[in-house]
Design a protein around this ligand. Sequence first.
Ligand SMILES: Cc1cc2nc3c(=O)[nH]c(=O)nc-3n(C[C@H](O)[C@H](O)[C@H](O)COP(=O)(O)OP(=O)(O)OC[C@H]3O[C@@H](n4cnc5c(N)ncnc54)[C@H](O)[C@@H]3O)c2cc1C
Length: 467
Amino acid sequence: MMSLPELRSAFDGRAIASNDASYDEARSVFYGGFDRRPALIVRAKHDSDVSGVVRLARESGMELAVRSGGHSLAGYGVSEGGVVLDLRAMKALNIDSAGRTAWAEAGLTAGEYTNAAGAHGLATGFGDTGSVGIGGLTLGGGVGYLVRKHGLTIDDLLAAEVVTADGELVRADTETHSDLFWAIRGGGGNFGVATRFQFRLHEVDTIVGGLLVLPAAPEIIASFVDEAETAREELSTIATVMKAPPLPFLPAAVHGKLVVMAKLVFAGGVEAGEHAIAPFRSLAKPVVDTVNPMRYPEIYPPDQGNHPVASIRTMFLETIDRSVSEAIAAHLLASTAQMAAIEIRVLGGAMAHVSADATAFAHRRSRIMVNIAAMYADPREAAVHDAWADDFAGALRQGDGGAYVGFLGDEGEARVREAYPGSTWERLAAVKGRYDPSNLFRLNQNIPPSKIDRVAPPPCVAAHVER
Ligand SMILES: Cc1cc2nc3c(=O)[nH]c(=O)nc-3n(C[C@H](O)[C@H](O)[C@H](O)COP(=O)(O)OP(=O)(O)OC[C@H]3O[C@@H](n4cnc5c(N)ncnc54)[C@H](O)[C@@H]3O)c2cc1C
């Protein structure tokens, strides 16, 4: 292992160790409760730093954590005793507004990319939170405010540059390393470090969007879901049911009562948007209604910088009818966490027009995604809130439930498998066997490499990126 001064001169980006003043800030991730102390953190500046860190981890045997936006629910963006490859300084973005494409470095956040593209009246769909990294989000699939109109984030991914386990930079697209390109569209960080993504951009300028807060009686929850399923594909909704927090924008009369806090985005004209949103407004007298014509990037307000501890469970559902809604209300009211919520995302639309085996994200026919979350400040409470979340998830489960990899915590291999139904798991394991046979990239929702395929050469070995 090199000394710190040697490491500092080996990388153009900053190498940070425990005696560095910025160490504590550099090792922290979005969620609290992860007090891991890596031996080294490298803030990569460019591809060759990334290759250097990958080789260092491989040669030293140190555990490697790859971090873009640091929002992993399992805290995989930081390693205990290993090396952290932090991509947050890699934020180059080249927008070709005429060609409607963009090359984006993996250290950008969804909000940064969206603001820059929004200046051209263009957008690629990411998730619901501006501070989430495009790195982890894209590799998981990407379900957000444009999911029904334009599909998942990966449906707009045209190509990526990836540093593989041997430290080589390769391009992956439908022609070149197409097996890798299939796998990184949903398979997470298992196959290498994505340094740059090429995305398709859509014309998304003025939307009708904002926050609609409704009282959350069970029939209103069920009717909201019905409306969201039958709405035009231009409309995507993310509805959070929770006890109304005592925040100034909510009237005191609803504090502590269950509400549906729904974010709505209609991308398809103002008049049609008002029309599409009217049925939601008439479900009940809105408690708050900020839905109005706005520029798309405004849907990402600045995030608060808190680091909550969270117990989260994710699954797909077929239906949320009156009896499911009653179970939702009962479980939310029973939680003792500072904040307990269920997020309901009605899917369908453009996301469902892609065949299930086209990408490693295979839940194309799933109708509804839900995420159960308890948030609290003290990690010692975790057992209580984990039990609540398990109980809630068990009560809602319909069929095999499944999982969206982006919302998985550290829940074990069986749950990772649920993210990859049918033959997806075996296909991913085979690609993993080709690109990362020693499982260097293992601090993630891990897909162990299959041994059978290890000797097979990649389909296009000549595709190393020369720049
Ligand atoms: C508040 C919040 C809101 C969210 N909202 C949404 C949403 O609306 N839609 C949605 O789809 N998801 C959402 N997510 C889930 C999110 O997409 C995943 O947690 C994602 O992994 C976060 O990416 P990141 O780069 O910020 O996190 P990181 O912790 O940096 O990365 C997560 C993992 O991804 C891998 N990884 C990250 N970057 C790279 C890279 N460049 N190359 C290779 N591997 C990499 C690593 O294995 C890493 O451990 C949300 C998460 C949070 C915390």
